[in-house]
Design a protein around this ligand. Structure first.
Ligand code: URA
Length: 203
């Protein structure tokens, strides 16, 4: 328990350091660093791509539209969000200002690579039993190799440094499915993957 307290303190210090991160240029267009949240010792860690517009403004991961999809899926899967460590591969919102809007842009390999230092520290301090990658950016970052989601989703995979992981779709992809029935099916498949991840995290 004392070790867990020390890790929690260390994690807070790392989050504090990350606030002034300038390792790549993404901080210039972002409001703030959005660090991971959740308990040290969480059995399950989930990793998304990067904060979106609302996360950037609020300073918390998964609080926008994708976060609402994830919250619904977690609840349907019987998983308490506060028991999961939730973070992103990249800690700043990559965007392109367009009028009053900020358009989401996918982080490039360099940005993902340099930001890996923060994710590495989160993993080392949280020590999750299983890491679930939400979407391909997180999957590639965590696995350190190309990942085809449709082929690998929902089953145990070995991540970099031998960690146990699983991959699934990103919750925001569900919002982009135009057909209602297909959207329901995609959502149901996410729930199934979350259930498998929760089961494997305590196995
Ligand atoms: N998408 C992500 O990948 N992460 C967030 O925190 C929000 C949206």
């Amino acid at each position: 328990m004392a070790a867990r307290g020390a890790s929690a303190t260390a994690l807070k210090q790392v989050a504090q350091e990350a606030r002034s991160c300038t390792l790549c240029p993404l901080y210039r267009n972002a409001t703030q660093t959005v660090f991971g949240e959740g308990p040290v010792g969480a059995a399950l860690m989930m990793v998304g791509e990067q904060p979106g517009d609302q996360e950037d403004l609020a300073g918390h991961p998964f609080v926008g539209p994708a976060g609402r999809v994830l919250d619904r899926a977690l609840s349907e899967a019987g998983i308490e969000r506060r028991e999961v460590y939730l973070t992103n591969a990249v800690k700043h919102f990559k965007n392109e200002p367009r009028g009053k809007k900020r358009l989401h842009k996918r982080p490039n390999r360099y940005e993902v690579e340099v930001c890996r230092v923060w994710l590495g520290k989160e993993i080392a301090l949280v020590q999750p039993r299983l890491i679930l990658a939400l979407g391909v950016t997180a999957a590639v970052t965590l696995a350190g190799r190309p990942v085809v989601l449709s082929r690998e989703r929902g089953r145990l995979v070995t991540l970099a440094e031998g960690r146990r992981g699983m991959v699934t779709i990103h919750p925001s992809s569900i919002l982009r499915v135009p057909d209602a029935a297909a959207r329901r099916a995609a959502f149901a498949s996410l729930i199934e993957d979350l259930k498998s991840a929760a089961k494997q995290a305590v196995a």
